[in-house]
Design a protein around this ligand. Structure first.
Ligand code: NDP
Length: 327
């Protein structure tokens, strides 16, 4: 059976992504063949399809996440019929990703889907949601509990932000959501945000240290926003930094660290060790309310991915976008 794929190629007119037929021999190295059912669109997928330093070579099948069923396996750890997922690793960077009806994957990249989830659920969560969970684990590792105080979530309407709000509120934290889209207040409150603030209050150059407003933060924005978040974090607070929606820079001072004992915790989902991934997925299974997850989802077809990938870079996508690959 032919493999339908969304292939990105570099042309004289720039990066172009189109539906194509691909031969199984061209899927790449790996010991497990997966029949892909669902994928998703993350901010990084937007960067990849726009040719912004993600794909190491072209042509490449994009999609940093995939979920489906094992079709054949040369690994003793997987057998046909197993429900599996991949987040990150080399997908869409050095290896063909999830925007195809079939994928050939190194076994060490695969995780069996927790029983509470369907393949669709795991892609509704995707790298963005799994990263949100890694951020929550970092806050807990830093000693925070719901009794410690309020948690700020920046980029609130985005994939990481929406899922972070849902998890944190479910755990009993009071959540402050920072957004540029005040019109989405009802949506953010339905996910569990108690207070909404305008992201412009954080996005301009600020003072090295300010009044103490939150004890922890999940930041997917970076740049001046992260600097201001740190400057307004309470004594012994923890900030989990995972993103760069405003910028890659961090124009901050050491004041929050040496005067307030603030911890800045870096989050990388792509190469996170296997035990950390499994812990994050198990915690998602227990801590993320399925109804809130469903409220964050828009579902699209594979052929619609290029349009959504463009929109996510423009900050126009709300919540999570699920891609129905097959079935
Ligand atoms: P989304 O585009 O879904 O969310 C980003 C959100 O940030 C937007 O919805 C918007 O929220 C806000 N935003 C956008 N532009 C700006 C801006 N110029 N200034 C301030 N806020 C802005 O992306 P994801 O949730 O998928 O990813 C978020 C970030 O996290 C990205 O930078 C991504 O690369 C990174 N990431 C990193 C990972 C890691 O392993 N470290 C893994 C996953 C994601 P609003 O409209 O509410 O203001």
């Amino acid at each position: 059976m032919s493999i339908h794929a969304l292939v990105t190629d570099k042309t004289d007119a720039g990066y172009v992504t189109e539906m194509n037929e691909v031969a199984e021999a061209d899927l790449g190295e790996g010991d497990v063949t997966v029949s892909v059912e669902w994928s998703t669109v993350n901010y990084k997928d937007g960067l990849a399809l726009a040719g912004k330093r993600i794909m190491a070579s072209t042509p490449m099948i994009g999609g940093i996440d995939l979920a489906g069923t094992v079709e054949s396996s040369d690994s003793i750890n997987f057998e046909p019929g197993d429900k599996v997922l991949v987040n990150g690793y080399g997908l869409s960077q050095t290896h063909n990703g999830g925007y195809a009806t079939k994928a050939r994957i190194p076994a060490e990249w695969l995780i069996k889907i927790p029983e509470t989830f369907s393949a669709r659920d795991t892609m509704a969560i995707g790298t963005a949601g799994y990263t949100a969970m890694l951020c929550v684990l970092a806050l807990e590792h830093g000693g925070l509990t719901p009794a410690s105080g309020d948690i700020l979530v920046t980029g609130a309407n985005g994939g990481v932000g929406s899922i972070a709000i849902s998890i944190l509120s479910g755990l009993g934290y009071r959540v402050i959501a920072s957004t540029g889209r005040a019109e989405e207040e009802a949506y953010l409150k339905s996910l569990g945000a108690s207070e909404i603030i305008d992201r412009n209050t954080l996005s301009e150059p600020g003072k090295p240290i300010g009044s103490e407003k939150w004890v922890g933060a999940v930041d997917s924005v970076g740049s001046h926003t992260l600097a201001n978040v740190l400057a307004q974090t309470k004594y012994r607070g923890v900030v989990a930094a995972c993103g760069l929606a405003q910028g890659l820079d961090l124009p901050a001072s050491v004041a929050p660290f040496i005067l307030r004992n603030v911890t800045l915790s870096g989050i990388d989902s792509v190469n996170a060790p296997r035990d950390v991934r499994i812990e994050a997925w198990n915690r998602l299974a227990s801590d993320l309310d399925p109804a809130k997850l469903e409220a964050t989802i828009s579902e699209i077809a594979l052929a619609d991915v290029p349009e959504t990938a463009k929109a996510i870079l423009e900050g126009k996508v709300r919540g999570r976008t699920l891609v129905k690959v097959a079935g």
